[in-house]
Structures are given as structure tokens and as C-alpha cells.
Design a protein around this ligand. Structure first.
Ligand SMILES: Cc1ncc(COP(=O)(O)O)c(C=O)c1O
Length: 392
């Protein structure tokens, strides 16, 4: 399939499909841990890389390959390597691209476990990280050192939906000889393609919108062939591999991704607009709202505002918990990107392992609520929130 000539809607449904001799229409699920060779010479050629083909499912499996090819087509990337989770993908990015003694500049508004990974795990192995504002490119320039190898950001960020200027930060990274990695989990390639703005690496928690129905964990790292080679070598050697079953589920998820991202965004904009005029709500953060501090940038860089809305209630943690506890429809769960709306209190869940100072620095207050808007009726969602808001 010549991927250059097809639109994302088509690529999401068809790119990367491999068909066996049985001519199945839906993609096959290859539940096998290894692959057989016709003879010893073929085995040797596969292992040496002289001949392409499957070897062992830690690093080659056709179901996984189909998922990788389809996602690569959507992101406009030369290469994709799939992982067992989004965190495994972030770890592999660092392990594949960096060495001890090198330095990372990262947005201070990133997923809580990513902060832990950089600070407490990679820090033990001699990789130091400086955290900076995601919305101030000059802070990235100031934080860069001669040994800075990687810039890392999420845009929009989790949970505050801050939008980074990917082009400006990529230019600063490249001027100092560093690479920019963007966690594109919130937008997916349907709403934003970071490689087009100069990013070198795109990372996904496929667990979120790529699956889209809260079923499986998965991750992916994408970029140019040469950049991704070390990331692949880490996968092949260390084995944080996406299972064939999960890859198959994710392939089915990708087929409806364009439709879902459009519907999530439509519902989120209606809900954010309603929350913004609500007397019990002190602040709404949604990139699609004109009041969002980086609205213009978001609309230039993204197709829509996406499905994540953050807001603060009047009152503190008790008020936020009252709203959460009086929902009947929304799921109180840490996941996002599901057809079902999810609601969380970031300060006491996803970001609870940060110190209060780190949270304050990142702007995550005790009254902050994050909603990943699903595909239910938005009128039902408003009623679900109103029940608790009326009690504050
Ligand atoms: C923005 C972002 N990146 C990465 C991750 C980690 O992904 P996973 O849970 O698949 O390991 C998450 C998980 O919530 C996330 O929200």
C-alpha cells in the first residue's frame, strides 16, 4: 500500500495489513512465541539480519508488525517499535538514545510516573533531568547543557492541558545537538503529528486513545530509521514486548481512531464551554476554549482541542471530591482515552507521588479535576457533574 497517497481515515483502517496464505480479511492474531526456518542456513541468515523475517516473538511478530506499520503510517514516521506499555516505551527511548552522564531537559508538566522514571530510576544510573515550563521555550534553552541529549515533553500536558510550541522547542534542542521526544498520547496522530513540527521521536501510551476502549496496555516509539535503531535494540535485548493479542486489539482500535477523536473533541468542547460559565467552577483548562492560555498555538498545531478537560472547583480538595463522588455515570478511574468518560483527582492519584512542592510548581492544585470526555451524551455528562457541583 502506497501510504503517501492515502488520507488518515484510510490509513487507520488499512495500512500495514499483512495477509497469510489463507486470505483472511480481518488481521490474523499470531499467538506463537517463535518461528520455524526451512533449514539451518535460513536460520543463520535471519539471525545475522542478512534476510528479513520473523525469528522470535520478543522482537518479531506479524500482529505486532501490523500495528507498528499502521501507527507509523498515521504518524508519518519511518519506523515504529511497539512496547508492552507507554512507560516501557518511555524507558526504551532513554535506554536506546542515551548513556550515563548525559542530561535530559523535560517539561515539568508530564505524567507522574514519567517524572518518577526520570528522577528516581534513571537518576540512579547517572542520567540527570532538569524540569522546565512547557510553555516557555527560552527556559529550555537556558536549561540545556553541553551534555544534554534529550528534550522531552507532552503536548497537551497531563492533566493541565498546557500546550508546548513543538517547532520552537525542537529548534532549540537541535541547536544544542539534542533530540526532541514528544509524548503524543493526548492528541494521537489524528489531531497532531509532532514529527511534522521537527520532533525526532514520538511516544505513545497505546493504552489510551489508540485502544480507545480501555482494554489493553501498550506503547510505541516512532521516528526516523536511524534514531529508532537503538530503541529497537533495547526491545530485542531487554524484552518489554507488546503481546500479539494486545497488538491485535490495538489494530482494531486504530480503525475507529479518526471517528473517535473527532467525537471526543466535540463532546469535550461542549462540556468545557458549559463548565466555564458554571458558578461553582473557578477555572477551566481546555485547549479548544478561546480562554486557554495557548489557544492560538493549540489551534495551529492541533486539529481540535482533544478530549481532556481539566477544571478547578471553588473550594479545595473536599469540593473536588464531592463532585467526583456524586457522579453516577462517569468512571472514577485513572485511565483516559476510553469511550466511557473517566474522572480523576490528579493530586491524590496520578500525581500523588510528586511532592506537594513539585505539584504546586506544576500547577496541580487540590481542587483540580481531570475529565477524559467519552462518547456518551454530553447532556448526560453535564447532569452527572451538576449533581456534585450543586452541593458545593
Ligand atoms: C501522557 C501519558 N504518557 C504515558 C503514560 C504511561 O502509559 P502506560 O500506562 O501505558 O504505561 C500515561 C498513562 O497514563 C500518560 O497519561
Amino acid at each position: 500500500m502506497d501510504e503517501q497517497q492515502y488520507d488518515p481515515d484510510t490509513l487507520a483502517v488499512r495500512a500495514g495489513t499483512l495477509r497469510t496464505e489463507f486470505q483472511e480479511h480481518s488481521e490474523a492474531m499470531f499467538l506463537t512465541s517463535s518461528f520455524v526456518f526451512s533449514n539451518a542456513a535460513e536460520a543463520a541468515a535471519r539471525f545475522s539480519g542478512a534476510e528479513p523475517g520473523n525469528i522470535y516473538a520478543r522482537f518479531t511478530n506479524p500482529s505486532v508488525t501490523m500495528f507498528e506499520s499502521r501507527l507509523a503510517a498515521l504518524e508519518g514516521a519511518e519506523r515504529c517499535v511497539a512496547f508492552s506499555s507507554g512507560m516501557a516505551a518511555i524507558l526504551a527511548t532513554v535506554m536506546g538514545l542515551m548513556r550515563a552522564g548525559e542530561h535530559v531537559v523535560a517539561s515539568r508538566s508530564i505524567f507522574g510516573s514519567t517524572v518518577q522514571l526520570f528522577n528516581n530510576i534513571l537518576g540512579k544510573f547517572g542520567i540527570e533531568t532538569t524540569f522546565v515550563s512547557p510553555t516557555d521555550p527560552e527556559a529550555w534553552r537556558a536549561a540545556a547543557r553541553p551534555n544534554t541529549r534529550l528534550f522531552f515533553l507532552e503536548s497537551p500536558s497531563n492533566p493541565l492541558t498546557e500546550v508546548s510550541d513543538i517547532r520552537a522547542i525542537a529548534d532549540i534542542a537541535h541547536a544544542g545537538g539534542a533530540l526532541l521526544a514528544v509524548d503524543n498520547c493526548f492528541c494521537t496522530p489524528i489531531l497532531q503529528r509532532p514529527l511534522e513540527y521537527g520532533a525526532d521521536v514520538v511516544i505513545h501510551s497505546a493504552t489510551k486513545y489508540l485502544d480507545g476502549q480501555g482494554r489493553v496496555l501498550g506503547g510505541a516509539v516512532l521516528g526516523g530509521k536511524d534514531t529508532i535503531e537503538g530503541v529497537y535494540t533495547f526491545l530485542r535485548t531487554a524484552g518489554p514486548t507488546l503481546s500479539a493479542f494486545n497488538a491485535w486489539v490495538l489494530l482494531k482500535g486504530l480503525e475507529t481512531l479518526p471517528l473517535r477523536m473527532e467525537a471526543h473533541s466535540r463532546n469535550a468542547l461542549v462540556l468545557a464551554t458549559w463548565l466555564e460559565q458554571h458558578p461553582k467552577v473557578s477555572r477551566v483548562l481546555y485547549p479548544g476554549l478561546p480562554s486557554h492560555p495557548q489557544h492560538a498555538l493549540a489551534m495551529a498545531q492541533q486539529k481540535t482541542g482533544g478530549g481532556i478537560v481539566a477544571f478547578e472547583t471553588v473550594g479545595g480538595k473536599d469540593a473536588a471530591w464531592t463532585v467526583i463522588d456524586h457522579t453516577r455515570l462517569m468512571s472514577i478511574t485513572a485511565n483516559l482515552g476510553d469511550t466511557r468518560t473517566t474522572i480523576t483527582h490528579p493530586a491524590s492519584t496520578t500525581h500523588s507521588r510528586m511532592t506537594p512542592e513539585q505539584r504546586a510548581d506544576a500547577g496541580i492544585s487540590d481542587s483540580l479535576i481531570r475529565i477524559a470526555v467519552g462518547l456518551e451524551s454530553v447532556e448526560d455528562l453535564k447532569r452527572d457533574l451538576e449533581r456534585g457541583l450543586a452541593l458545593i
